[in-house]
Design a protein around this ligand. Structure first.
Ligand code: NI
Length: 174
């Protein structure tokens, strides 16, 4: 089931989500819903707070080549346990900040540990777009948006645009 995506600014996007202590079927179903929502958007990553659920779950699939098999990943309690000194710049976007893109610099490689949907602890190194995406999504679990890395003036400008977008959407619905 697709779920509505919260648009910035929203206090639910600025919270630190609590860790998952019990991997329930409800949480597995949430992961499925989030993947469906992400693919439909379309996007390459989504974090639970973006669908209004205050928990440490992210999903992603950064396979971009046409015709390539999808590689959906769902990560419960993801944690960055190592990062490279090398940095990488990507033009980032976010499903909670539609149609806005800006360059963000992050570690080029990260090692992430997480619990997969079967309850197994996993660990993997990520680079390229995957590294940027997993860092962006884990940021969401800590109430951090990619625009928080931009200069205050630019961030304010984007926030004002989003406030207007939300007003326009609310008016269309009315
Ligand atoms: Ni995002």
């Amino acid at each position: 089931m697709k779920r509505p995506i919260l648009i910035h600014p929203d206090p639910r996007l600025k919270k630190t989500a609590p860790a998952i202590t019990d991997l329930s079927d409800d949480l597995r179903a949430l992961a499925d819903d989030m993947l469906e929502t992400m693919y439909a958007a379309p996007g390459i990553g989504l974090a639970a707070p973006q669908v209004g659920v205050d928990t440490r779950l992210i999903v992603m699939d950064c396979i971009k080549e046409d015709g390539a098999a999808p590689r959906p990943m769902a990560m419960f309690n993801p944690e960055i346990i190592a990062q490279s000194d090398d940095l990488n710049i990507y033009d980032e976007g976010c499903l909670s900040i539609p149609d806005i893109y800006a360059e963000v610099e992050r570690p080029a490689e990260v090692t992430v540990r997480w619990i997969d949907p079967t309850g197994t602890e996993r660990q993997q190194d990520f680079d390229g777009l995957w590294a940027t995406c997993v860092q962006h999504e884990i940021d969401h679990l800590n109430g951090i948006l990619f625009i928080d890395y931009l200069k205050p003036l630019k961030r304010q400008l984007i926030t004002r645009k989003m406030v207007k977008l939300k007003k326009d959407r609310a008016r269309e619905k009315a």
